[in-house]
Ligand binder design. Structure first.
Ligand SMILES: Nc1ncnc2c1ncn2[C@@H]1O[C@H](COP(=O)(O)OP(=O)(O)O)[C@@H](O)[C@H]1O
Ligand SMILES: CC(=O)N[C@@H](CCC(=O)OP(=O)(O)O)C(=O)O
Length: 270
């Protein structure tokens, strides 16, 4: 999302999915853009377990960058192909409701301010857009029951939305090839994992991969048939991810899904 040509290819791919008869929903991030503006404003940029420490001042910037800039740019790029994209925030029509959550660092809760975890999704506004052939572009900002506005990690927001919509697929785009088995020491990518295998691996994961993989796990446990992490630096990674069985990257499947020979764990789960 920080490379204009990849941005355009992504928009083209999303429209292609629509033309292929699928009903894509885009949930965007914008972490680098938020950090850049916070820096320029002289505000602190800090993460705990992959989640941004969000003061009320930070929250203003997060909301402004996500809904006022990144979402608008994506909507514009998609609409270069026709009247498809409609942007909304998780706050709109109570689409996403959240509660304040801590970050879990070494097994302990750490207060990270106005960061939310989604507790409820009302998918009717998004469903109506899909019915009319539109492409919803959703910013990961959510509303608390009392009206407080929360910053939600984009991957966790996408996962909650995928479950609520009964989506078949969840594709997460990032800036690495997939989930590395022994990051940062090696770049060997884990290509396929069952939910239980991922669950066992989660405590070892760090930084941005943590919410991403937690999102994949919640999605497949919530009924999504395949959750993938693909390398967004490769043009058309989205189309490959959706249409190719063995697309590059990391694929998470529910426990009952067959694991190709040679890749499965032993019966004791190791
Ligand atoms: N096991 C891992 N495999 C791959 N990347 C990892 C791993 N652990 C941490 N990372 C880091 O996570 C980053 C991706 O997370 P993040 O920057 O939040 O992604 P995005 O902005 O694409 O959502 C990678 O660039 C890498 O630095
Ligand atoms: C709570 C939290 O960390 N929210 C994220 C929301 C944006 C996001 O997730 O963007 P990426 O997908 O680019 O990382 C943030 O403030 O950066």
């Amino acid at each position: 999302m920080v490379d204009p040509s990849l941005y355009r290819t992504f928009a083209q791919d999303v429209v292609e999915l629509l033309h292929a008869g699928l009903r894509p929903v885009v949930v965007h991030g914008g972490g680098p853009q938020i950090s850049e503006l916070l820096d320029r404003l002289g505000l602190e940029v800090r993460f705990e377990a992959g989640l941004r420490v969000t003061t009320p001042e930070t929250m203003d910037v997060v909301r402004m960058v996500l809904t006022g800039r990144v979402q608008r740019e994506l909507v514009g790029a998609i609409n270069a192909h026709g009247p498809f994209a409609v942007g909304l925030s998780g706050e709109d029509a109570h689409t996403m409701t959240a509660v304040r959550r801590p970050a879990w660092v070494a097994g302990r809760p750490v207060d990270i301010g106005l960061v939310g975890d989604i507790t409820a999704v009302r998918a009717d506004a998004i469903g109506a857009l899909l019915e009319h052939g539109r492409i919803p572009v959703v910013s990961p900002v959510a509303r608390g029951e009392d009206g407080t506005v929360y910053n939600v990690n984009a991957d966790l927001a996408a996962s909650a939305l995928a479950v609520a919509l009964g989506a078949d697929r969840l594709v997460m785009m990032t800036d690495v090839e997939g989930l590395y088995a022994d990051w940062p020491h090696s770049t060997e990518v884990i290509d396929r994992l069952t939910a239980d295998q991922l669950d066992a691996l989660l405590p070892e994961l760090a930084s941005g991969m943590l919410p991403k993989m937690e999102g994949c796990l919640r999605a497949v446990r919530g009924g999504v048939t395949r959750a993938q992490v693909v390398d967004g630096r490769i043009p058309h990674a989205l189309l490959h991810g959706v249409f190719t069985e063995n697309a590059p990257g990391t694929t998470v499947v529910p426990d009952e899904a067959p694991v190709p020979e040679g890749l499965g764990g032993r019966e004791d789960g190791t």
